[in-house]
Design a protein around this ligand. Sequence first.
Ligand SMILES: CCCCC/C=C/C(=O)SCCNC(=O)CCNC(=O)[C@H](O)C(C)(C)COP(=O)(O)OP(=O)(O)OC[C@H]1O[C@@H](n2cnc3c(N)ncnc32)[C@H](O)[C@@H]1OP(=O)(O)O
Ligand SMILES: Cc1cc2nc3c(=O)[nH]c(=O)nc-3n(C[C@H](O)[C@H](O)[C@H](O)COP(=O)(O)OP(=O)(O)OC[C@H]3O[C@@H](n4cnc5c(N)ncnc54)[C@H](O)[C@@H]3O)c2cc1C
Length: 661
Amino acid sequence: MANVKCNPDLVRERAKCSFDVNELIHLIDGGENATKEKRHFEETIFSVKELQDAVPEEYLSHKDRYENAVRKATILRDVCREYMKKYNYKPNRFRVGHGVFKDVSPFLLHDGMFVATIIGQGTPEQQAEWLPKAENMQIIGTYAQTELGHGSFIRGLETRATYDPKTEEFILNNATLSSFKWWPGGLGSTVNHCIVVAQLFINGKSYGIQPFIVQIRDLNTHKPLPGVKVGEIGPKMGFQTANNGFLGFENFRIPRMNMLMKNAQVLKDGTFVKGMNEKLTYGTMVMVRVGIVGDCSLNTSLAATIAVRYSAVRHQSKIKAKEPEVQILDYVTQQHKLFIAIASSHVFRNVYSWLSKSYLNVMKDLAQGKQDHLPELHATACCLKAVCSRDAGSVVEECRLACGGHGYMTSSNLPLVYGFTIATVTYEGEQTVLLLQTARYLVKAWLAALQGKVLAPSVSYLSDWLKNDNVRWQNTPEGIVKGFQHVAAGKVKAAYDTIQKYIKLGKDYEDAWNLASVQLMKASEAHSRSILCEVSWGEVIRTSASPNLLQVLKQLAQLYLVYWTLETSGDFLVYSNISKDDIAILREKYEELLAAIRPNAVGLVDAFDLRDEILHSTLGSYDGRVYERLMEEALKSPLNQESVNASFHKYLKPLMEKAKL
Ligand SMILES: CCCCC/C=C/C(=O)SCCNC(=O)CCNC(=O)[C@H](O)C(C)(C)COP(=O)(O)OP(=O)(O)OC[C@H]1O[C@@H](n2cnc3c(N)ncnc32)[C@H](O)[C@@H]1OP(=O)(O)O
Ligand SMILES: Cc1cc2nc3c(=O)[nH]c(=O)nc-3n(C[C@H](O)[C@H](O)[C@H](O)COP(=O)(O)OP(=O)(O)OC[C@H]3O[C@@H](n4cnc5c(N)ncnc54)[C@H](O)[C@@H]3O)c2cc1C
């Protein structure tokens, strides 16, 4: 990228940077070698001509866009397969995926959930049967759980799998419209297999939801098999190339061994054997929720890179009347909008890495029959997924707005980035629903703290707070982290007390819970924020880096702490010992941090190392040729390929002529 002719503002910005951008790139990637490997892989992918679109895909019809995405998905698969064979390298498909598809791949669910569910829910025999075929793409699959009538409340799913011991088969049925599967990615026209989550019935008795592997289309003709009704659900706000679909069965039979039986089993005679914990059936969702925290880091870095580079290039208005128009990045309000995006991306990355380690530890435990840490993992993954996805959505939208009118252009890519980022708030567990799952855990933890029991590490601050809720406020990062824990503990206590109050008033527990649920949701959010602050600050102070880089990383981590303290200062005033003077000090600190980060802003987004092919943005490319690119992209519009459009003769001219009469 070094020899590209750049916009002079960007050249000046890069010269100002106080740290070594390459050092940060290596830190983010996990080492210099990892960066080399990543770059070599991306170079390979983006030099494949067939993966580059001549016409921006927004101009294609819905059908052509899908077909183009499938075409590219198959080429990408081949190139990756060869590459992995040759270099034994496991790429981050998401990064290049955004480059190749702008949006998401029609194979997203195959990789992200179909294969993962066979691994997580299948017995060794079932894995041996399906995994090689799925990994080789001999079969293509998705994860079909959500129905028209139910997504959040999965115990309410209506698709039925009734066991027939005579033939040793399950019979799948969707008797009602609301039972039709709705949403699964790739289901529309791409996949031939599904993991179908259905209610198991044996001899008229329900055994809860179980996962089944089901072939739905003929492998040669791709026609739906008899008894299968399948199609695409139509255009959405984003995810246009994900090919989301619907699915229903009518007396569709599958062999007994197609129920994934790592947890629960159905024996030949119809005996149901319970698993160690029925919630292990929900395992794929926990894994994907952890992954979404990492996706939030990538999505935020895409938006931050586009908006920061654009803000360095764009000049508008003046700070001082007699001086030239300034780079909009010099407005402190612009810095306020954008630097939290850079900081959040680092926080999400650090927290993702921490959460992934917890996830792997719990998986190891489960393999040995130990499930003590599962509730804590579930609670933590739920609230972090909910808060990080919501934050990422807000940050991306703020970056888009920070680009003014040009941020509204599809060619800025910000609308698309927003489309796939905001989807993460809903899929894999709607945010409120997940926050309330965590609240269940927090309420139990609070009760245990009241009883003097030892709590799991992520909630041990509740016991500390009970012992001493009167800790003096300190305007240090550690003091702020403590403050977030105080807010969370205060909110958990308040929500718990509210439940008790309603129970005393004669309500049953469920109604009391519903009445207190706004507080419970807020307590859960506060708990999540306290984890984000504690973990990210902890990670940064343990980072080994050069003094210059460490200084910048600390500034970003502090910015995150101070930003959120100020955003939620009302909570701090209620639940901690912060004073109005402390808040004034933090405001000043915040302004200092914005000023300190300002010279490094472009260097910081360069360190996300997002190639132009991944950014897909007229506003965010490395060379900063913003206006040239906006015009070049506009000229690609089909309406600009002719000097007079037919509609003039057909409609406009007759209209004008009628007006003359
Ligand atoms: C590759 C990326 C692309 C992804 C594209 C998108 C894909 C999708 O969206 S797939 C569909 C995803 N769907 C969801 O995420 C549904 C969300 N709903 C649920 O997960 C559940 O219905 C629920 C957790 C909200 C509630 O489940 P339910 O069975 O009703 O449980 P209870 O509320 O009664 O809780 C009972 C008990 O179980 C604990 N628990 C719930 N889930 C888990 C879990 N995954 N792991 C461990 N434990 C779990 C829950 O905490 C309760 O515990 P107690 O409080 O101790 O009773
Ligand atoms: C882009 C995208 C891709 C998807 N891909 C897949 C896929 O591949 N496979 C698949 O199976 N599914 C998929 N889904 C479906 C997704 O998982 C569900 O939409 C999601 O879990 C939310 O469920 P819902 O639609 O039923 O929302 P609802 O639960 O109907 O939510 C509507 C409102 O009700 C509230 N609400 C619901 N229950 C409660 C409660 N207990 N307490 C308080 N409030 C509540 C919610 O907070 C929300 O405000 C996808 C969805 C999207 C948007």
